[in-house]
Design a protein around this ligand. Structure first.
Ligand code: F6R
Length: 246
């Protein structure tokens, strides 16, 4: 797993956006898997800018999101449907028929997970999977202990993840469960780009890069991936090479 370290968040975000734009240039109908959260906002901003001022078209691409809270309607302000619409899909020329976000209010959530996994297969699998990383090493909503052979499924969120994500929920608590794409689904992506910014990710990054490949640090799975790359700012890389990873 190669790690590229950039002087700051903006430089890191621009570099990831360039990779995405290059893949679109090579193959306009590429299939992407995308994250939500704070980290990818700079990449989305840059891609929107490229669309508006440099003629980048995303109309032939297919997009899958990594996860969604269980029980949140697609129009709930803290849902990942709303996040993606406001920060990306609603600002580019994405074709709504090729945009997929798990439905957190599907009447049969198990069937929704199966449907999602089938849609990924029908699209020919994921070409480029963009990930953030949790402070506990999670990827998607695959918390520590998530089996490496897992598929899209319903998961319990850890207390720490719910507390960190509480900021999106005002008076309510973050939901206890979510739908997430599985570890095996992520692993089968042809290319994986993991983004991390800030000192609060430094420990998770060091554990993933320098620790053992272990289900207790989900992101460590990417060390076995043939084509995974880390995009880090200097703060997120600050624990690398210090022998602090377990
Ligand atoms: C979100 C997701 C999560 C986040 C991670 C980091 O779709 O899959 O794994 O990428 O929790 O979140 P931020 O970027 O907000 O620190």
């Amino acid at each position: 797993m190669r790690a590229r370290v950039f002087p700051d968040y903006e430089a890191m975000s621009a570099a990831v956006a360039d990779v995405v734009a290059r893949r679109l240039g090579e193959e306009p109908s590429s299939v992407f898997m995308l994250p939500t959260g704070i980290t990818p906002l700079g990449m989305y901003r840059r891609l929107v800018e490229m669309h508006r001022s440099e003629g980048l078209s995303l109309a032939d691409a297919t997009f899958f999101n990594l996860d969604e809270y269980l029980g949140l309607a697609p129009d709930h302000r803290a849902s990942y449907h709303v996040y993606m619409k406001e920060n990306f899909y609603g600002l580019i020329d994405a074709d709504a028929a090729r945009v997929f976000v798990p439905d957190g209010t599907a009447p049969d959530p198990e069937a929704e997970c199966e449907r999602y996994e089938e849609a990924i297969s029908e699209a020919g699998g994921i070409e480029v999977c963009v990930l953030g990383i949790g402070r506990n090493g999670h990827i998607g909503f695959n918390e520590p202990g998530a089996p490496f052979d897992s598929r899209t499924r319903i998961v319990e969120l850890s207390e720490s993840t719910r507390n960190i994500n509480a900021a999106d929920f005002e008076a309510e608590r973050a939901p206890q469960r979510a739908i997430t794409v599985g570890m095996a689904t992520i692993f089968e992506s042809r290319e994986v780009l993991l983004l991390a910014s800030g000192t609060n990710k430094a420990g998770a990054v060091a554990a993933a890069v320098e620790g053992d490949v272990s289900e207790s640090v989900p992101a460590s799975m990417l060390k076995s991936h043939p084509n995974a790359e880390l995009f880090l700012d200097e703060d997120a890389a600050s624990d690398l090479g210090r022998g602090v990873a377990g």
